[in-house]
Ligand binder design. Structure first.
Ligand code: DIG
Ligand code: MN
Ligand code: MN
Length: 388
């Protein structure tokens, strides 16, 4: 009898073709799994209970496919999605695999490469729109340097802005209704990648011609590689109304981009992330941008995909238990208390400022207030580990 942690469409769990289709090649070893077609991937995602499938243009259509082949592939893919009850919530473009992008795409020094990158992205937007995608992710994996002798970094910012502004206009012109989600990463495959964290993109977006059309797609592994608290970046993006998509996976600090199964490395971090997304009512896709261990066959890949979704649902239940825990809630209530008559900061006013300046804070009394975070964190561990 299946338990309560079975994925359902309302959970909005999605996987890229490149995730469960990953064949296990790494810089030091060849493929370990045979190739499987996009149709087979959709069938697998239907079998494990996923809601959506995402794609780079060339995950589905080979880069120089003839129009007839393009039409056939897209027709077969649409049919498979329909038959397996899988939707296409997000599309993106590969601006990193083909050697032409060896010096970047939108930020490349060669204007022909920059032009080709925008052309390729417009065509990928056409494909995604045909499949029903409403989010378009841009991950600038090659937008970076091994040596800063190759271009001034502010020139790279200008070129990136030119490309994103152009693509926003194309979106308007075609009436696609896309929201663009910019995905940061600090390094790999370039030694240093521009816009290295979600925070960099949050600072970049307001400089665009259509900032309302552009948000972010934070990824767990990428911010963790940068040594950051992933939740804090997600929370800032959410608070700014810019959390347009999210790439869930897991990562051990100080390593290359591991794209591990969600929840398989830092349970507490994943717990607080799931709790945040559920507490604030994030309604977007939960996209697992991850892949199975190189040791796995395709039955193992299905275990990987099921594990991503199951861990999310287990942590979602734990978040409910945390929110219902009486001792936790009592501690939180105490933390917010102030002495009667303490002037609030709030919005500045002359009257408010006079009250604040004239108020005598009793530092000795304030220092007596307890901050029982050891107990609070242990209660969190109790909730996470209880019943396991
Ligand atoms: C890498 O984390 C990137 C690519 O996999 C893709 O372009 C994007 C969308 O999830 N993430
Ligand atoms: Mn990654
Ligand atoms: Mn990603």
């Amino acid at each position: 009898m299946p338990d309560q942690f079975q994925p359902k469409p309302e959970h909005k769990f999605s996987f890229g073709l490149w995730t469960v289709g990953n064949r296990g090649r790494d810089p030091f070893g060849d493929f370990v799994r045979e190739p499987i077609s996009p149709v087979q991937i959709v069938e697998m995602l239907g079998e494990v209970g996923a809601w959506g499938v995402n794609l780079h243009d060339n995950d589905l259509v080979p880069i120089d496919a003839a129009p007839a082949e393009y039409e056939r592939i897209v027709k077969d893919f649409k049919k498979a999605c329909k038959e397996n009850g899988i939707v296409v919530p997000m599309a993106t473009v590969s601006l990193f695999f083909h050697p032409i992008f060896r010096d970047g795409a939108f930020t490349a020094n060669d204007p022909e490469v920059r032009g080709y990158a925008v052309q390729k992205t417009m065509r990928a937007m056409d494909l995604g729109a045909e499949l029903g995608a409403k989010t378009f992710v841009l991950w600038g994996g090659r937008e970076g340097v091994e040596t800063d002798s190759c271009r001034r970094p502010d020139e790279a910012v200008k070129r990136l802005r030119e490309a994103v502004n152009y693509l926003c206009e194309y979106n308007i012109d075609k009436g696609y209704g896309y929201k663009f989600a910019l995905e940061a990463k600090p390094n790999e495959p370039r030694a240093d990648i521009y816009m290295s964290t979600t925070g960099h993109y949050l600072g970049f977006i307001p400089t665009l011609d259509h900032p309302e059309m552009v948000g972010v797609n934070p990824e767990v592994a990428h911010e963790t590689m940068a040594g950051l608290n992933f939740l804090h970046g997600v929370a800032q993006a959410w608070e700014m109304g810019k959390l347009f998509h999210i790439d869930l996976n897991d990562q051990m600090p100080g390593r290359y981009d591991q794209d591990l199964r969600f929840g398989s490395s830092n349970i507490k971090a994943c717990f607080f992330l799931v709790k945040f997304l559920e507490d604030v009512g994030y309604s977007g896709p939960r996209h697992f941008d991850a892949h199975a261990y190189r040791t796995e066959d395709y039955e193992g890949v299905k275990d990987f995909a099921r594990g991503c979704m199951r861990s999310y649902l287990l942590l979602k239940q734990k978040a409910k238990e945390w929110n219902a825990n009486k001792e936790i809630q009592s501690i939180l209530r105490e933390l917010g208390k102030a002495a009667n008559g303490t002037p609030a900061v709030g919005k500045y006013s002359k009257k408010g400022a006079a009250a604040l300046l004239g108020y005598e804070f009793n530092k000795d009394q304030i220092l007596k207030k307890r901050l029982p975070y050891e107990r609070l964190d242990q209660l969190t561990i109790d909730v996470i580990l209880q019943g396991c």
